[in-house]
Design a protein around this ligand. Structure first.
Ligand code: WT7
Length: 658
């Protein structure tokens, strides 16, 4: 970003008060902000008591060697005990923990008592394979119950896990196994994806031929699809059903230090090799447990929670596994895609299990918007009482659609900002407290300190934009980058002295509420103004004909960068040339009217698909390559590389005239 602070263009005036009934019974009220403000560390010490400690901590935060934090350092606990055993001991063994829904339609409901037996067996199995506390275990599985069981089994024996998303290639898997120096890999023959079995084991076999993976002693393989041609390395590979099933279903959990590593999760970032984000035990579990309770208002005896993320992402770690299970929740685990076998599959699942809290990503909401209002309308979604969003800025129009068409126009939407690095939710409305604003994550949670600063680290006034920073340590913060303390310091702590730099642009509105404006790398510089891609995209999505938009700044001799917009239209209709030209003009004028003439895109290109990462984020970097007629950069994290060919084919060779 240049020295000009981020322009503040979007005016969104809609406001939604919390439903009175929800507010009256809310888990967390406005008083929590006061309490946390008065004594932030005391507040977190109190939240730590949500957990069952083997040794209660007497210390809260050790910040004597910043930014290397220690939370609750003299406490000891076992994460799996907190997520499973203690609920059984409290008489809740018969409560369903997981309603598993396989993509082909197979189902399995697992109670807390069963989960305890499954996790114990898996912990015994890993121990038999020689896994000891501190050894890393790579997990490369589809969204099946064994993924959750494996994570908890690792946690139970103090072996940090490293999940690798099942959609990643052998290369990505190999890099992650090498960097973490994993000793065991847990995988499956395959998983179901879009109605077909999709193999996983071959990628493991290939990854393990690479140098630097020699320390992998065993590969534990779940039989999921029953494919017949599973290659087998004797002495290394072992079937889950052979090894795990014969173990004792009793296992005594050992207490670990609060700062014992719980997991490593790799995040790719825009450049360089993936960063192994390290999370530890006591602080992480405290914050994910508290935020799950507070942000979703979870009532474990009656709610059915569903987070649609994959367990391979941090959202799955924190809000499928550790947050909900530490709170004794009942939740849905769905293996497949939202449009298999039909585009109503998610809404059918909500109806079937009576889902009360749904947590998903803007990309999924925009896809549902594009598919049409009539699809969710066919299902009974009246059980829903809280809706959450995460992963990207949510455009106000998509936010309002979500509330209207999924939430019956009454269900509060919470837009939750956080990162792999933050471990848990940081900025979000509270459903029983906050008057919500479509498109804004609004306020730091109680006990969290965030603000927006300019290039010189000065806090911007209300109404202005700049960089999002976190100004105080928080319990679920990353402790370092695995094997690379220097990179940890350089990436997050060197831009602004003593503050965590999140890499996101943000603005404060007149009330001081925070609006996220996308990654700083994506901010455009147009005639001396920094303009957020998010705001221009939101203006485009607010046009009734646009379902989704991606905006980039392409180098331009006159204006430094020129705004170039790629849009997906609602409905399926292909436009003729003339119609298309008219629509482009209409959209440019629409943005000009919404945001001002400076934000008017120079070019608007209707496209069928947008390039996305496997977690659903738009890859603007590739669109910039296209807009500047360059050869494409690294496409390995793209879901579907044919998308880029389609987009390039649509683009005229030289930039069109204004
Ligand atoms: C980046 C972190 C947090 C779990 C999933 C993503 C963007 C995330 C929001 C939101 C605007 C958001 C940010 C952030 N992001 N949530 N509610 N509003 N932007 O984890 O892959 O580590 O990505 O996602 O740019 O820095 P991640």
């Amino acid at each position: 970003m240049s020295n000009e602070s981020l322009a503040n263009l979007l005016k969104e005036e809609r406001r939604f008060a919390p439903p009175a009934a929800l507010a009256a019974q809310a888990n967390v009220t406005a008083e929590a902000y006061e309490r946390a403000r008065a004594d932030r560390l005391g507040f977190w010490a109190a939240q730590a008591r949500r957990l069952t400690w083997h040794t209660e901590p007497t210390e809260t935060l050790d910040w004597s060697n910043p930014p290397f934090a220690k939370w609750f350092a003299d406490g000891k606990l076992n994460v799996a005990y907190n997520c499973v055993d203690r609920h059984v001991e409290n008489g809740l063994g018969d409560r369903v923990a997981l309603h598993f829904e396989g993509e082909p339609g197979d189902t399995r409901s697992i109670t807390y008592a069963e989960l305890q037996r499954e996790v114990s067996k898996a912990a015994n199995a890993l121990t038999e394979l020689g896994v000891q506390a501190g050894d890393r275990v790579a997990i490369y599985l589809p969204m099946i119950p064994e993924a959750v069981v494996s994570m908890l089994a690792c946690a139970r024996i103090g072996a940090p896990h490293s999940l690798v998303f099942g959609g990643f290639s052998a290369d990505a898997l190999a890099t992650r196994i090498q960097d973490a120096d994993a000793r065991v890999v847990i995988t499956a023959d395959g998983g179901y994806r879009r109605g077909k079995p999709s193999a996983l084991k071959p990628a493991v076999d290939e990854a393990l031929t690479r140098p630097g993976t020699e320390n992998v002693r065993s590969v534990l393989v779940v039989r999921r699809t029953g494919q017949e041609d599973v290659a087998w390395t004797e002495g290394r590979d072992v079937w889950w059903h052979d090894l795990v099933e014969r173990q004792s279903d009793r296992h005594t959990p050992e207490a670990f230090d609060a700062e014992h590593p719980l997991f490593i999760l790799y995040t790719s970032g825009t450049t360089g090799k993936p960063k192994g984000i390290l999370h530890t035990t006591g602080g992480y579990l405290t914050q994910v447990s508290y935020t799950h309770h507070a942000v979703f208002d979870l009532k474990p005896e009656s709610d059915v929670f569903w987070c649609t993320a994959d367990v391979g992402w941090v959202t799955g770690h924190s809000y499928i596994v550790y947050g909900p299970l530490s709170n004794g929740a009942t939740e849905v685990l769905y293996e497949g895609t939202p449009d298999t076998p039909h585009r109503g599959r998610w809404w059918e699942i909500v109806q079937k299990y009576g889902v009360t809290i749904l947590y998903t990503a803007p990309t999924a909401i925009r896809a549902a918007m594009k598919w049409g209002d009539d699809i969710p309308a066919k299902f009974d979604l009246s059980s829903l009482r809280v809706l959450g969003s995460v992963g990207e800025p949510i455009n106000p129009e998509a936010w309002v659609w979500y509330r209207e068409h999924i939430g019956a126009g009454t269900t509060p939407v919470v837009d939750t900002w956080w990162q792999t690095e933050t471990g848990g939710i940081m900025i979000s409305p509270l459903p029983g407290v906050t008057e919500t604003k479509p498109g804004s994550a609004q306020v730091p949670l109680p006990g969290i300190a965030a603000t927006v600063v300019d290039d010189d680290a000065n806090e911007v006034p209300d109404g202005a934009g700049g960089y999002l920073v976190l100004t105080e340590p928080w319990p679920s913060m990353l402790r370092t980058i695995w094997n690379d303390d220097q990179r940890f310091l350089d990436t997050y702590w060197s831009r602004f002295e003593g503050r965590y730099f999140a890499g996101d642009g943000a603005k404060k509105d007149e009330d001081g509420d925070i609006w996220l404006l996308g990654r700083v790398d994506d901010v455009m510089l147009v005639s001396g103004h920094n303009i957020s891609t998010t705001e221009v995209e939101s203006a485009l999505v607010s046009h009734p004909k646009v379902a989704e938009a991606a905006v980039v700044g392409a180098t331009d001799p006159q204006t430094t960068q020129a705004i170039c917009a790629f849009v997906i239209l609602r409905g399926e209709a292909e436009l003729g040339e003339e119609e298309s030209a008219a629509l482009v003009e209409e959209l440019r004028a629409h943005v000009g009217k919404q945001l001002g003439p400076i934000a008017k895109p120079k070019r608007v290109l209707p496209v069928a698909e947008l390039p996305k990462t496997r977690s659903g984020k738009i890859m603007r970097r590739l669109l910039r390559d296209v807009a500047e007629n360059r050869t494409l950069g690294d496409v390995t994290t793209l879901t579907d590389s044919s998308v880029m060919e389609l987009i390039q084919a649509k683009l005229p060779a030289a930039p069109g005239e204004d």
